[in-house]
Design a protein around this ligand. Structure first.
Ligand code: DX5
Ligand code: ZN
Length: 221
């Protein structure tokens, strides 16, 4: 089995010290930096947006993986690219014209991702899968960090893996929400390529760098 990419989520970082947080992740096992944008409309919470991404980008060594939990994301794609996003993930549930949005993201030169809420079946991606670079499977309801992992995600990831193979899609499977040492191995077994982790990384008493190293070590074992 291939080693997954690790993507710590800034939502759980010390937001009053973003420069320090970004710099210490630079020398860690993190492959991508996950950046959760919330608009208080698509999800019942507001996090941070363009100027904060721009600030983090000044210190980031890894690609910025931007997860847009916002309505009408099509209006902000170019601005997020310009602020430093390497990947842009929009929600299936937020896009009436998803095919067009995905093409727009690719035209901007970003990795194109589509996220699925826990209740959204993977089969709905059948006609877009071949166009995607990333499918993000939400393993909690989006809006908050620190929630419990929804066990059905394992079955969902396995079904998505099958669908991607059937569609000839090389999209990466990213799992986001409640990821920890207990579910990371099974997720990778099921087909996950990218693991997002917020609280597991930033609330660890040993600190984020050691937490990421521990996760990496366990997945290599
Ligand atoms: C939830 C966000 C997640 C979240 C993950 O809405 O999309 O990226 O920050 O945090 P944990 O790992 O704490 O569930
Ligand atoms: Zn996220």
């Amino acid at each position: 089995r291939r080693a997954p990419l690790l993507a710590p989520s800034f939502l759980a970082a010390d937001l009053a010290n973003l420069q320090a947080e970004t710099e210490r992740l630079a020398a860690s096992a993190a492959d991508w930096l996950h950046f959760d944008v919330m608009d208080g409309r698509f999800v019942p919470n507001i996090s941070f947006g363009l100027p904060v991404l721009q600030a983090v980008a000044r210190y980031a060594k890894q690609p910025l993986d931007v997860h847009l939990m916002i309505e009408e994301p099509q209006h902000y794609l170019a601005q997020f690219r310009d602020a430093g996003a390497a990947g842009l993930t929009v929600h299936y549930e937020a896009c009436t014209h998803l095919h067009r949005v995905v093409q727009q993201i690719k035209q901007l030169g970003c990795r194109a991702g589509v996220a699925l809420n826990p209740h959204t079946p993977v089969a709905l991606l059948e006609d877009i899968a071949a166009d995607l670079d990333v499918v993000l499977v939400m393993s909690v309801n989006p809006g908050f960090g620190g929630q419990a992992f929804i066990p059905n995600t394992l079955k969902k990831v396995a079904m998505l893996k099958e669908l991607l193979v059937d569609c000839g899609s090389s999209a990466l499977i990213e799992v986001d929400g409640g990821v920890n040492l207990a579910n990371a191995g099974p997720l990778v077994e099921a087909g996950a390529d990218v693991l997002v982790a917020g609280n597991f990384v930033f609330s660890a008493h040993e600190g984020p760098v050691a937490a990421l190293a521990g996760l990496r070590e366990q997945l290599n074992a």
